[in-house]
Design a protein around this ligand. Structure first.
Ligand code: HEC
Ligand code: HEC
Length: 403
């Protein structure tokens, strides 16, 4: 009896020891989670940048004749266009989910009697728990939190990441003291009750859920697999906000226009300096700051037109990719490879994603005969290059440090 027990105990120990992950197995799992964390951080940083941009420039968007980078004129007509920081960002988040499977949303408990502005922003249990921690004075400000969670009721495992949002001066214009209401009825310009948040107070969070994909294969292939996956997510993040702006430029620039409604005819129009590229650059800078991943838009230009901006001239590797894509039918697949730069002892991963012209781009890069100023220039003052729908306009180029 005693012997059987000893044998069983030994067997148990052996089974237990052999089932422990090996050292390499462990690092792999660690790296794997690290990649999800990195992607989530990138998504949050970029969407947070969009949210901040819209909050800071809400008066530029709504004031006729205003211009980005200058104080909004006070003697011009004002109309709320339906573009608010979280509504705009949530649209971008939904499109992102459609393309990548990662969900990005706002989560908040609301403030006391005011509750939530939008019920879709109600937190689930996991988010509620994290929001409580963020609100504690002991929690370090501006630090996100990520972990693997097994969904109850299914075998699905996801990576979750959440990042706190605090009230800064740009937010208080809508979420601050109701006595400062622009319409003198306690409401903000969007028609919601102002909740009386104080500067620095937690308003809510951005929450990301990534479904975990099948186990990656091992070795160098695993690295490429992971990087390709991250690169695809990042090019989506870089493009979607630009499309949002490109698709709504007339709403932003036409006085009296409102999101999702036809542009009213015979209303004054003024270009406000908010264009897809300026927007993409803002987001690109955010990506690099938060993840170390470098991203830029490149192009050789068309015919006698070089790129709009000489900073966007491609390097030799990018030229090879641009020409390769120019020769084939439009593709929705990018190309990634690990490159060893022996001269400087560095290994990097590079990714190129082609950008083609669609009808939104024609407004600025299309037929010079359609110039809004009748001089072959677009609203930004740049020369229209006569691209056609489906032409390769350029590409997005990414460089990751390889760990
Ligand atoms: C122009 C007014 C405006 C500004 C400025 C503004 N918000 Fe909001 N905020 C809104 C509106 C409108 C909603 C509801 C959006 C929706 O329908 O999803 C909202 C919703 C939210 C939510 C989700 C909670 C809820 O009640 O639905 C959070 C969190 C939030 N805002 C944080 C911020 C932060 C942080 C800033 C500053 C960076 C900011 N807001 C700036 C108008 C504004
Ligand atoms: C509102 C006008 C406007 C619209 C609409 C627009 N662009 Fe541009 N585009 C610009 C400007 C201005 C630049 C130069 C930006 C800079 O200074 O880097 C530019 C630069 C670029 C570049 C970098 C290469 C270069 O020539 O400098 C690419 C690639 C590009 N645009 C692609 C697109 C695509 C694709 C679309 C449609 C989805 C689009 N653009 C829509 C104005 C626009």
């Amino acid at each position: 009896m005693k012997r059987t027990a000893t044998i069983l105990a030994c067997l148990f120990v052996i089974l237990f020891v052999t089932s422990l992950p090996t050292k390499t197995g462990k690092t792999q799992v660690h790296d794997y989670i690290y990649d999800y964390e990195r992607m989530s951080r990138a998504a949050v940083a970029m969407l947070h940048a969009v949210e901040n941009f819209l909050a800071e420039n809400i008066d530029i968007i709504n004031t006729h004749n205003a211009m980005l980078g200058r104080p909004a004129p006070t003697n011009q007509p004002y109309n709320y266009k339906g573009i608010n920081p979280e509504g705009g960002t949530a649209r971008i988040g939904k499109e992102f989910t459609k393309r990548t499977g990662m969900t990005v949303k706002f989560a908040s408990e609301g403030k006391k009697k005011y509750g939530l502005r939008n019920k879709e922003n109600a937190p689930d249990d996991w988010e509620r728990n994290q929001l409580k921690k963020f609100a504690s004075i002991r929690y370090p400000s501006g630090v996100g939190f990520g972990e693997i969670e097994k969904l109850t009721g299914t075998y699905d495992i996801v990576h979750r990441y959440i990042y706190p949002l605090y009230a800064d001066p740009a937010c208080l214009k809508c979420h601050g003291d109701p006595n400062l209401s622009p319409t003198k009825d306690g409401k903000d310009i969007t028609g919601h009750m102002m909740e009386g948040y104080k500067p620095g107070e937690l308003i809510g969070a951005i929450s990301v859920v990534s479904p975990l994909a099948v186990e990656p294969v091992s070795g160098t292939e695993a690295i490429i697999y992971d990087y390709n996956k991250m690169a695809k997510i990042i090019v989506n993040l870089l493009q979607i906000p630009g499309y949002f702006i490109a698709g709504h430029m007339d709403v932003i620039d036409t006085f009296g226009a409102t999101l999702d409604k036809p542009i009213p005819p015979n209303q004054p129009y003024s270009y406000k300096g908010i264009n897809p590229v300026a927007f993409a650059k803002l987001i690109t800078a955010e990506l690099t700051a938060s993840t170390g991943i470098k991203a830029r838009f490149v192009s050789e230009g068309k015919g006698s037109y070089g790129p709009r901006n000489p900073d966007n001239l491609p390097d030799p590797w990018e030229i090879v990719q641009l020409r390769r894509y120019a020769e084939k039918a439009p593709s929705t697949e990018g190309i990634g490879e690990v490159i060893r730069m022996s001269a400087v002892g560095l290994t990097v991963y590079r990714y190129f994603f082609p950008l083609y012209v669609n009808e939104l781009c024609l407004k600025c890069h299309g037929d010079p005969a359609t110039s809004p100023t009748k001089d072959g220039k677009d609203v930004t003052g740049g020369p229209m290059e006569n691209y056609k729908i489906g032409d390769l306009r350029g590409g997005i180029s990414l460089i990751f440090p390889v760990r």
